[in-house]
Design a binder for this molecule. Structure first.
Ligand code: NAD
Ligand code: DAU
Length: 337
């Protein structure tokens, strides 16, 4: 039976992972350690918060004493690190917290992994550590790290720290590098939920630059199943890219959302570009497919429709999330853009 410390399990991907594991892997026991930053939300865990195989602990992954006590108290044998500051735009306006959580936090978890003899440490990383692509080519696991934003630089630093702990102390790790996720419970600072929320409310849709930037979209459930396959089947020290073979220009995604919601294209507003904006990401996920037998199960059309339906049906969740601080964030990011 896996006894797993999931960090950041009240965020978007972490909460989807907790829900997937509790429903599909009844022998797993999860302790969910989350600081509940602006991106963490116990409402993301509705229906599973009090599950017998789930315990929630509020705390910071930079707090080594708490991490070690939690591992001891619950006799944990595995760590999956989702906790992070995750939004590129926020890293451009303030990078320090990205170093604290993404680098120092990962280091703290690695020290506990080493000292408590944790059997496996999985670092949930990102394709952004590889930098940006031109019109051709894909990222493979051997692509050199070349991060461009403070966010991706912090994630690349964390990946290298994980490898250093493997090399120096024999920590058994895997690193996963996934492309852009979308689906239920995503905070509306990221492209898809932000555009859905604005379109639902007849607000302008702020498209950075020409809108022809390309991302490789994966439905969040498929990212979660990929991480589970890595946990169950991967040899220690292996790195896996995860992606959906689903490249789309931002304008294409936005037009799909508008047409599904029956809203006019006149809502689209091109605004000042993101500084240092990566042009294109594309993932070769051949290694995880051939070695571990993983493949995505949700096509983009199906996933985007399910996502839009989820936001329409969860107006309370959305209302809570966009009240208060979100309004200040939105004004500071988009007010005079
Ligand atoms: P998110 O911002 O939705 O959630 C992050 C969670 O981490 C929140 O619950 C937050 O409260 C928690 N957290 C932040 N700082 C913490 C700290 N110091 N201690 C404990 N908890 C803390 O992020 P997400 O989109 O769910 O991303 C999860 C992970 O997946 C991140 O590591 C991210 O880099 C990676 N990733 C994300 C994507 C994507 O498209 N969203 C794609 C690839 C990889
Ligand atoms: O590739 C994986 C990464 O994907 C993850 O590691 C990050 O945590 C996640 O945030 C995401 O990063 P991106 O920067 O690609 O995602 P974001 O949703 O912020 O932006 C997607 C694209 O949409 C990008 O080209 C910028 C553009 N965009 C975004 C917003 C929020 C807009 O044009 N307008 C917007 O308002």
């Amino acid at each position: 039976m896996s006894r797993i410390l999931v960090t950041g399990g009240a965020g978007f991907i972490g909460s989807n992972f907790v829900r997937m594991v509790l429903s599909e892997h009844p022998k797993a026991f999860i302790v969910n350690l989350d600081k509940l930053t602006y991106a963490g939300n116990l409402e993301n865990l509705a229906g599973v918060l009090d599950h017998d195989n789930h315990k929630f602990v509020r705390g910071d992954i930079c707090d080594g004493e708490l991490v070690e006590k939690t591992i001891d108290d619950y006799e944990l044998d595995t760590i999956i690190n989702f906790a992070a500051e995750s939004h590129v735009d926020r890293s451009i306006t303030g990078a320090k917290i990205f170093i604290e959580t993404n680098v120092t936090g990962t280091l703290t978890l690695l020290e506990a992994t080493r000292d408590k003899n944790i059997e496996r440490f999985i670092q949930v990383s990102t394709d952004e550590v590889y930098g940006s692509l031109g019109p051709e080519g894909v990222f493979i696991e051997e692509t050199p790290l070349s991060p461009n934003s403070p966010y991706s630089a912090s994630k690349a630093a964390a990946d290298m720290m994980v490898q250093a702990f493997g090399h120096t102390w024999g920590v058994k790790y895997n690193i996963t590098r996934c492309s852009n996720n979308y689906g239920p419970y995503q905070f509306p600072e990221k492209l898809i939920p932000l555009m859905i929320n604005n379109a639902m409310n007849d607000k302008d849709l702020p498209v950075y630059g020409d809108g022809l930037y390309v991302r490789d979209w994966l439905y969040v459930y498929d990212h979660c199943t990929a991480i589970w396959q890595v946990l169950e089947k991967a040899k220690p020290g292996e790195i896996y890219n995860i992606g959906g073979c689903n490249e789309k220009a931002n304008m294409k995604v936005i037009n799909l959302i508008l047409s599904r919601l029956g809203k006019p294209e006149t809502l689209i507003k091109h605004v000042k570009d993101r500084p240092g904006h990566d042009r294109r990401y594309a993932i070769d996920a051949g290694k995880i497919m051939s070695e571990l037998g993983w493949k995505p199960s949700v096509a983009f059309e199906e996933g985007i429709n399910a996502t839009i339906d989820w936001y329409l049906e969860n107006a309370d969740w959305l209302g809570h999330v966009v009240s208060g601080d979100y309004q200040n964030y939105y004004e500071s990011m988009y007010g005079d853009r």
